[in-house]
Write a protein that binds this ligand. Structure first.
Ligand SMILES: Nc1nc2c(c(=O)[nH]1)N[C@H]1C(S)=C(S)[C@@H](COP(=O)(O)OP(=O)(O)OC[C@H]3O[C@@H](n4cnc5c(=O)[nH]c(N)nc54)[C@H](O)[C@@H]3O)O[C@H]1N2
Ligand SMILES: Nc1nc2c(c(=O)[nH]1)N[C@H]1C(S)=C(S)[C@@H](COP(=O)(O)OP(=O)(O)OC[C@H]3O[C@@H](n4cnc5c(=O)[nH]c(N)nc54)[C@H](O)[C@@H]3O)O[C@H]1N2
Ligand code: SF4
Ligand SMILES: [Mo]
Length: 762
C-alpha cells in the first residue's frame, strides 16, 4: 500500500493525490451518508476493543462512528448526525418485498422472484399498450453512483424513456443549470481549502451552521484565528446560527436576491472594482450585463430588498476590494422560481471581479445530499446522460448508446419528465408505473395533497425503501426492501468533487438488496442480458468512469480498488494519471467549456416570488431544516439524542407579527395557504424578519408531531432548472381553535405495515 502524506500547503495550487489510510485494522472507512460535505467516517464494529456491545432500541448491535482524520475533506471532524449514524442502521427496516393489488388491500409478503415477474410483466404490457412514456422513475441523491448509473441505463437505454429524475430536482438543479449557463458546464470549481484562503466569505441562502456543520466549524475556527483577515457576509431573511457570526447580515425580503446581486455589481462597476483583464480575456456578454444592472440603484434596491443602503454599499466595497471572495450558497438560492437566474447573478459578480479559478475564490454551490454530485456525474436528471452529457445532443446520445451496447436511436432525443411533470402525468392518468427509490416525496414534494391524489391514479406505484414506515410507502402497491449504505459498496462524490469509496461492512438487512442489483436484475429479465450482467458494484463503477473520459468530470482513472487502496480522490482524475499531482480547482487557466472558451455574463431581470404576499395571505412561509434532523426523519427520527434536540416542529415568527395576528409564544397557530391549513406551536423570535415565518420540513404524516409544511407550498418552478420554489409560499396565520392533524391515512395501513415489515416493530 502506498502511503503518501497529503499536502495541505497554504496557497498550494496542487495536492498529492494519495491520502494515507488508517492503520487501525478493525475500523472501516467510509463517507458519511448524510450531507454533501461528505465527511470521512471511521466505523467501529459492535463491541470493538473489548467494550460492551451497544444495542439499538430494537436490540440490534450497533456500529459506532467517529471522524476519520485522514479524510482530506473533513480532517477528522464530524457533526452529531454523522456521529450517531450507527444508531439508525438497524431499526424499523423493511425486510421483505410486499405487494397489494389495490390500495384498499392489505400488503402481503411476496418473494423477490414474484416481485421481478410482476414488474417485468407490468413493464412489457405498458410498453405494448401505452409506450415508454407511461413509465417513470424518481430517484435520489442518496443513491450510490452505481445505483444512479444503472437506473439511467435501465430507463434511458433499455426502456427508451428519459423519464428518470431525482430529488436533486428539488435541490441542486438550479445550481446545475446556473453553472452550465454561465460557465459552460456543471461542476463546482472550488474546494474546501478555499475556506482557509478566502478573505471574504459571502454566504447566500445557506444555513451552513445547521446544514453543513463541519464546513461552518472550519470557517468559524478561521474567523476566530484571524478575525480581521476574514469578513463574513450572510444573506438570509432569518438570523440563523450562521448569520450570528457574520460581520454583515443582510436580512433581505425573501425572493429579492437577484436585485441585491445586480445592485452589488452596479456599485462594483461604479467604484471601478472590476477586473478588466479578466472581463476582456475570459468573458462574453459584458455590455448587455451592464445595461441590465443599471436599474438597480442603491436607493431602489434597499427598498426592494428591505435592507439598509449603508450595508449594501459596505458589502459592495468588499467585492470591489479585489481580495479573495468565496461565495457559498444552497437552497435559499436554488429553490426559487428564478433559481437559475439568481445563480447566474452570483456568478456574474465572480466574473466581474475575476474571482474564480484561484485559491480562496469562486462560486461554490454547497451540495445537499451525500451523492447528489455523483448523480449529476452519472446523468441523474431527466435531461442528462452520464459524464455531464445532454440527451438533446445527438453526439452525446450516440457515444452513450455505443458504450452501453444499444442500437442507435435507443435513447430518446427529448428530455424526460422532471419530478413535477411526473406528478402531473399521474394526475392525468398517463403514468402506468411510478417507481420511487431512496426518496420520500409524500413529505418532500410541494403541494402534497396534489401528489397524494395523483399517486392514486397510477396503475403501479413501486417504492424501493430501506425503512418500513415511510409516508410514501403508504401509497405504494409494491414495496422493495433496499440494502442501504453500510450494507452495499459503492462510490459517492461530495461538494468539492471528492470521491470516497463506501464499503459494505454490515450484513444486508433481511431480504434487502442494493438498488443497483435490483435495476440490473430487472434489465436482464427484460432481455438485456449483455447490458446488465455485472458480478460486482466495482464493475458497474468501472463502466461508469470510462464514460467520463475527456469530459469536464473526467474520473476515468478512478476505480473501487484505487479508492480503497489510496483513499478519497478529487476529480478530474484522468486514466493513467495516478502518480501525478493535479489542480484542486477548475478554470485556473481562465478557459471555460463554452463554444468561445469564455464564461458568459447573464442578463436576467429580477421577478421576485411566484406567490407574493397579498392582503389575504400577508406572510411569506419559508421551509427549511434543523441541525439534528435529516429530511423526512426515516433515519434521524430513530435517534433519541436527535429527537431530544428538536422535540417538535415550531413556527418561527417575529414579535411584531405575533402581536399583529394575536399569537403568543408557545401557543398554537393555524397556518393557511391557498392549498390548506395546518397547526404548529409558535416560537416568537426576533431571529426572523417581520413578514416572514419559518417551518421545518421534517415532520410528515406518520410522525406523532405531524406538520406537513409542504402541504402548504405551491409547485411553481424555475422555467430553466424546473426546480420548485420550495422556499416561499404566501400564508396567513391565526390562533388555532383546534389542532389540525393531517387526515388519517387509510385506516389500518400503518398497522398492517408495522405487523408485516420488521419483527422488531411488532
Ligand atoms: N441538519 C440537516 N442538514 C442537512 C439536511 C437536513 O435535512 N438536515 N439536508 C441536506 C440537504 S439535501 C440540503 S439541500 C442542504 C440545505 O441546506 P440549506 O440550504 O443551508 O438549508 P435550508 O434550511 O433549506 O435553507 C437555507 C436558508 O435559506 C433561507 N432562505 C429562505 N428564503 C430565502 C431567500 O429568498 N433568500 C435567501 N438568501 N435565503 C433564503 C432560509 O431562511 C434558510 O436559513 O442541507 C443538507 N444538510
Ligand atoms: N419546502 C421544502 N421542501 C423541500 C426542501 C426544502 O428546503 N423546503 N428541500 C428539498 C430537498 S433539497 C431535498 S434533497 C428533499 C429531500 O427529501 P427526501 O429525498 O424525500 O428525503 P429523505 O428523508 O432523505 O428520503 C430518502 C429516503 O430514502 C430512504 N433510503 C435511505 N437509504 C436508501 C437506499 O440506499 N436505498 C433506498 N431505496 N432507499 C434509501 C430513506 O429511508 C428515506 O425514506 O426535500 C426537498 N423538499
Ligand atoms: S457535516 Fe454532513 S457529512 Fe459531515 S458528519 Fe455532519 S452530516 Fe455527515
Ligand atoms: Mo437537498
Amino acid at each position: 500500500m502506498v502511503l503518501t502524506p497529503v499536502a495541505f500547503g497554504i496557497g498550494g495550487f496542487s495536492v498529492q493525490r494519495f491520502a494515507p489510510m488508517s492503520l487501525v485494522s478493525a475500523t472501516v472507512q467510509s463517507q458519511c451518508p448524510y450531507c454533501g460535505v461528505g465527511c470521512g467516517l471511521d466505523l467501529l464494529p459492535p463491541g470493538e476493543a473489548g467494550k460492551a456491545v451497544k444495542r439499538d432500541a430494537d436490540g440490534n448491535p450497533m456500529w459506532s462512528a467517529r471522524g476519520n482524520r485522514t479524510h482530506p475533506s473533513s480532517l477528522g471532524q464530524v457533526c452529531i448526525k454523522g456521529a450517531t449514524v450507527g444508531e439508525t442502521l438497524g431499526r424499523g427496516r423493511l425486510s421483505q418485498p410486499l405487494y397489494r393489488a389495490s390500495r384498499s388491500d392489505a400488503f402481503q409478503p411476496i418473494s423477490w422472484d414474484s416481485a421481478f415477474d410482476l414488474l417485468s410483466e407490468h413493464i412489457r404490457s405498458t410498453l405494448a399498450s401505452k409506450g415508454a412514456n407511461a413509465i417513470a422513475m424518481y430517484g435520489s441523491g442518496q443513491f450510490h453512483t452505481e445505483d444512479y448509473y444503472l437506473a439511467q441505463k435501465l430507463l434511458k437505454g433499455a426502456l427508451g424513456t428519459n423519464n428518470f429524475d431525482a430529488n436533486s430536482r428539488l435541490c441542486m438543479s438550479s445550481a446545475v443549470a446556473g453553472y452550465t449557463r454561465s460557465l459552460g458546464s456543471d461542476g463546482p470549481p472550488c474546494c474546501y481549502e478555499d475556506l482557509d484562503h478566502c478573505s471574504v466569505a459571502f454566504l447566500i441562502g445557506t444555513n451552513t451552521a445547521e446544514c453543513h456543520p463541519v464546513l461552518f466549524q472550519r470557517l468559524l475556527k478561521r474567523k476566530k484565528r484571524d478575525p480581521k483577515g476574514l469578513t463574513i457576509v450572510v444573506v438570509d431573511p432569518r438570523r440563523t446560527d450562521t448569520a450570528k457570526i457574520a460581520d454583515y447580515h443582510l436580512a433581505l425580503a425573501p425572493g429579492t436576491d437577484l436585485a441585491l446581486l445586480h445592485a452589488l455589481a452596479r456599485l462594483v462597476l461604479q467604484d471601478s472594482g472590476f477586473d478588466s483583464d479578466f472581463i476582456d480575456n475570459a468573458t462574453d456578454g459584458f455590455a448587455g450585463f451592464t445595461q441590465t444592472i443599471q436599474a438597480w440603484t442603491p436607493g431602489k434596491t434597499s427598498k426592494f430588498c428591505g435592507i439598509s443602503e449603508k450595508d449594501l454599499r459596505a458589502v459592495a466595497r468588499l467585492w470591489s476590494r479585489q481580495d479573495n471572495i468565496l461565495s457559498l450558497w444552497s437552497m435559499g438560492v436554488n429553490q426559487r422560481r428564478e433559481g437559475t437566474a439568481v445563480v447566474g447573478g452570483l456568478i456574474n459578480l465572480h466574473l466581474l471581479t475575476g474571482q474564480i479559478g484561484k485559491p480562496g475564490a469562486g462560486p461554490f454551490s454547497l451540495t445537499g445530499q451525500p451523492n447528489a454530485m455523483g448523480g449529476r456525474e452519472a446523468g441523474g436528471l431527466a435531461h442528462l446522460l452520464p459524464g455531464y452529457r445532454l440527451v438533446t445532443n445527438a453526439e452525446h446520445r450516440s457515444e452513450v448508446e455505443k458504450a452501453w451496447g444499444f442500437t442507435p436511436g435507443s435513447i430518446a432525443a427529448q428530455p424526460g419528465m422532471d419530478a413535477w411533470k411526473q406528478v402531473e402525468a399521474m394526475e392525468r392518468g398517463e403514468l402506468d408505473l411510478w417507481w420511487v427509490a431512496a426518496t420520500n416525496p409524500l413529505v418532500s414534494m410541494p403541494n402534497l395533497e396534489r401528489v397524494k391524489a395523483a399517486m392514486q391514479r397510477c396503475g403501479l406505484v413501486v417504492v424501493s425503501e430501506a425503512y418500513a414506515d415511510t409516508e410514501t410507502s403508504h401509497y405504494a402497491h409494491l414495496l422493495l426492501p433496499a440494502a442501504q449504505w453500510s450494507e452495499k459498496s459503492g462510490a459517492m462524490t461530495n461538494s468539492e468533487r471528492r470521491v470516497t469509496f463506501c464499503p459494505a461492512f454490515r450484513p444486508r438487512h433481511g431480504e434487502s438488496r442494493p438498488d443497483w442489483e435490483v435495476f440490473a436484475e430487472l434489465g436482464r429479465r427484460l432481455g438485456f442480458i449483455d447490458q446488465f450482467s455485472y458480478s460486482s458494484a466495482a464493475e458497474v463503477y468501472e463502466e461508469f468512469t470510462s464514460l467520463t473520459e475527456n469530459r469536464v468530470c473526467d474520473m476515468s482513472g478512478l476505480s473501487h480498488s484505487l479508492l480503497q487502496e489510496h483513499g478519497p480522490q478529487q476529480w478530474p482524475f484522468f486514466r493513467g494519471d495516478e502518480s501525478t499531482t493535479i489542480s484542486k480547482r477548475l478554470y485556473e487557466d481562465r478557459h471555460f467549456p463554452t463554444a468561445s472558451g469564455r464564461a458568459r455574463f447573464q442578463q436576467d431581470k429580477p421577478l421576485g416570488l411566484a406567490e407574493p404576499p397579498c392582503a389575504a395571505y400577508p406572510l411569506v412561509l419559508t421551509v427549511g431544516r434543523y441541525l439534528g434532523q435529516w429530511h423526512t426523519m426515516t433515519r434521524t427520527g430513530k435517534v433519541e439524542r436527535l429527537n431530544a434536540m428538536h422535540p417538535e416542529p415550531c413556527l418561527e415568527m417575529h414579535p411584531n407579527d405575533a402581536e399583529r395576528f394575536g399569537l403568543e409564544h408557545n401557543g398554537m397557530a393555524a397556518i393557511t395557504s391557498r392549498r390548506g391549513t395546518l397547526t404548529a406551536r409558535v416560537n416568537v423570535t426576533d431571529h426572523i424578519r417581520p413578514g416572514s415565518v419559518f417551518l421545518p420540513m421534517h415532520w410528515g404524516f406518520t410522525q406523532a408531531e405531524a406538520c406537513e409544511a409542504n402541504a402548504l407550498m405551491h409547485d411553481q418552478a424555475c422555467p430553466i432548472s424546473k426546480q420548485p420554489e420550495l422556499k416561499a409560499s404566501a400564508v396567513v396565520v391565526a390562533p388555532a381553535v383546534s389542532v389540525v392533524k393531517p387526515e388519517e391515512q387509510e385506516t389500518g395501513v400503518l398497522d398492517n405495515l408495522r405487523r408485516l415489515l420488521t419483527p422488531a416493530l411488532r
